[in-house]
Design a protein around this ligand. Sequence first.
Ligand SMILES: Nc1ncnc2c1ncn2[C@@H]1O[C@H](COP(=O)(O)OP(=O)(O)OP(=O)(O)O)[C@@H](O)[C@H]1O
Ligand SMILES: [Mg+2]
Length: 321
Amino acid sequence: MKEVFERNPGRRYIMFGGKGGLGKTTFSAATAYWLAAQGKKVLVFSVDPQASLTDIFQKDIFGKGPVKIMENLWAQEIDADSHIRAYQEEIRKKIRDMYGLPAVPEEIESYIQAASAEPAMEESAIFDAVVDVVVKGDYDYYIYDLVPLGHALYYLSMAKVYDEWINKVTKLREDMREYEEMVSRLKREKISEQDEILQELLYIKNRINTSAGILTDKTKTAFFFVVVPEAMIIDDTQKAAKMFAQFDVPVAGYVVNRVIPRELLSQNIPEYLRRRIAMQDEHLAEVHKVFDDQVMALVPEMERDVTGLPMIEKLADVMFA
Ligand SMILES: Nc1ncnc2c1ncn2[C@@H]1O[C@H](COP(=O)(O)OP(=O)(O)OP(=O)(O)O)[C@@H](O)[C@H]1O
Ligand SMILES: [Mg+2]
């Protein structure tokens, strides 16, 4: 892993993907820790309401913006719900301002509610929050702690989802012309030539293209799959890798977690553990066969769960040895 990072200094957007509970958050934190220790300014962030960064850093960071963890290292857990509420309020305010109304008319309010019920709306709000974090460019490295695979794929296809949502809003915009004309007739005003909402949509579209460009750019982004030495996981990961390839996600390698330390074999250990190690050997051989030179590190099963900086450091020392 050390080599991978040293050889590709331009890759500043790092993601760990994989099935639930394999170690995405653990590896995100360890990578963030290691980079920060190298003197890089790092932000590790998530939109996961499960608040896993809060657990691993043992610090309440949910919805608090970037929270400093140590020298050079910040962590952030984005509160997606509050972003959705803020987004709705912004739409209401724009409508009020634009038409000089004291309140949003009921019919339009129901449009806003309907749009919010769209799953795409929630995803858009989350995506928008992530884009916000990333385009600011205050950090040397951005580490995006992803939700489990299925969901991650969903986020990564977000540019497409967002596009669809924008098309819906554009349709909404056309429907609203009716109201606009009615209001301006009442106020005896001419409809303003410049369509502010349309401008806004074009601005959003531009942001999407920029961030989708970053996400799929091999020179800027590295996506690592987390796997463990188990038959089912190896299978599922291969399938997922194929899907990710369809979204042009630049897969930078595979990191194997929970490898039982082989030093144990020279000690007096129970037969049970010997068998577990033998079983892992088989699966590890398979991992090397299918992922080949894309296997970037083997990370040991630690003596306890990985929470708190001393444990993160211990794991990072092995991962980036
Ligand atoms: N190498 C390891 N040794 C010991 N414990 C580990 C190791 N890797 C991960 N764990 C523990 O396993 C649990 C799951 O890890 P983690 O939260 O990183 O997985 P995740 O992939 O982020 O899960 P989710 O899909 O729920 O986000 C945590 O309690 C973590 O401390
Ligand atoms: Mg996690």
